[in-house]
Design a protein around this ligand. Structure first.
Ligand code: PLP
Length: 275
C-alpha cells in the first residue's frame, strides 16, 4: 500500500482511477468510430488519427491497450520526442503541428515510427525531412519512407500556416522529384471552423482542398484516389468525410478538453507592462 512515507512516486495514479480513465477514452473512441462509419461511403476507408497533444502518454497507452488503435497525432515536436520512445513501437505517429525547419531533420531521423508529417508547407522543410529520413534509412534499411501531406492554407487567413493553393503544385513536384525518401501522401487543411458551423453551406475550405487535389493529380498524371485528403477535427470531421476526407484528426471528442494554452499567454500579456 502506498503511504506518504514510502518511496512510491507521488505521480502514481490509483488503479480505479486509471480504469475509469481508460473506460472514458475507449467510449469516446468508439463513439467517434461509429460516427465515422455512419457517414463514410463503403468504397472509401477513412483513417482516424487520435490527436493526443497535451495529453499524457498514459492516455495513449491505455487507448492502445484497449483498442489496438495505432494512429496518433501530435502538434509539438518536443512532446513527440518525449512520448514516442516510451510508447509501443508499432504506433504510427502523425506530426500535425506547425513545422519548424530546424526540427525537421530530427523528426524524420529519430522517430522511426513517424508515419506521416501532415503539415509540410515549404520545400526547404521537405529537403530537411528528406535528409533526416535518408539518415534513418542508412542505419535501418527496413524503415519506411516518410509520408508527407502538404498543408494548404485554404481559408486565406494570415494566422493559419500552410502553402498557398497556387504554390501547391510546385511543392508537390519538388517532393516527387527532389525528395526520394519522402512519399507524397496527400493534402491537409485545418480551415475555418466557422465555415463548418454554417450548416446550410458545405465548408468552402474542404471543397477547395478537394479541388486543389484533383487539379494536382491531373497535372501529375496520377489517379485522384492516390492522393489523400486530411480534413476534419472534432467539430467537423463528419462534414470532412462527406466532402471526401480519407484522414480525419480528432482530439477533444476522444481525449476530452485540453488545458487552454492561450490562458498562459493571456496572463503573460497582462503582466507585461506597456513600454
Ligand atoms: C488540435 C488539432 C486537431 C484536433 O482538434 P480537436 O478539435 O481537438 O479534435 C486536429 N488537427 C490539428 C492540426 C490540430 O492542431
Amino acid at each position: 500500500m502506498s503511504s506518504s512515507s514510502s518511496s512510491i512516486p507521488t505521480s502514481e495514479v490509483p488503479e480505479a482511477e486509471m480504469a475509469a480513465r481508460a473506460q472514458a477514452l475507449v467510449s469516446g473512441f468508439h463513439s467517434v468510430m461509429r460516427r465515422i462509419s455512419a457517414v463514410a461511403s463503403p468504397d472509401r476507408s477513412v483513417r482516424l488519427v487520435a490527436v493526443s497533444k497535451r495529453k499524457p502518454a498514459s492516455d495513449i497507452q491505455a487507448l492502445y491497450n484497449a483498442t489496438k488503435h495505432t494512429h496518433y497525432g501530435e502538434n509539438y515536436s518536443q512532446e513527440l520526442f518525449e512520448k514516442a520512445p516510451v510508447l509501443p513501437s508499432d504506433i504510427q505517429w502523425h506530426f500535425i503541428g506547425t513545422l519548424q525547419t530546424n526540427k525537421c531533420k530530427q523528426l524524420a531521423s529519430s522517430i522511426p515510427n513517424l508515419w506521416a508529417v501532415e503539415s509540410l508547407d515549404a520545400s526547404k522543410k521537405a529537403d530537411a525531412l528528406n535528409k533526416g529520413r535518408a539518415a534513418l534509412l542508412e542505419k535501418n534499411p527496413d524503415a519506411q519512407k516518410l509520408r508527407v501531406f502538404i498543408q494548404v492554407n485554404t481559408s486565406g487567413e494570415e494566422s493559419k500556416s500552410g502553402c498557398e493553393p497556387s504554390d501547391t503544385l510546385e511543392l508537390a513536384k519538388h517532393i516527387i522529384e527532389k525528395c526520394p525518401h519522402l512519399t507524397l501522401q496527400g493534402f491537409m487543411t485545418i480551415g475555418d471552423i466557422a465555415r463548418s458551423k454554417e450548416s446550410e453551406v458545405p465548408n468552402e475550405d474542404f471543397i477547395l482542398l478537394s479541388k486543389t487535389r484533383d487539379e494536382i493529380a491531373k497535372s501529375l498524371g496520377r489517379e485522384t484516389n492516390t492522393l489523400e485528403l486530411s480534413m476534419g477535427m472534432s467539430e467537423d470531421y463528419e462534414q470532412g468525410i462527406k466532402l471526401g476526407a480519407t484522414n480525419v484528426r480528432v482530439g477533444t471528442s476522444i481525449f476530452g478538453a485540453r488545458p487552454q494554452k492561450e490562458d498562459a499567454a493571456a496572463k503573460k500579456d497582462v503582466q507585461t507592462p506597456m513600454p
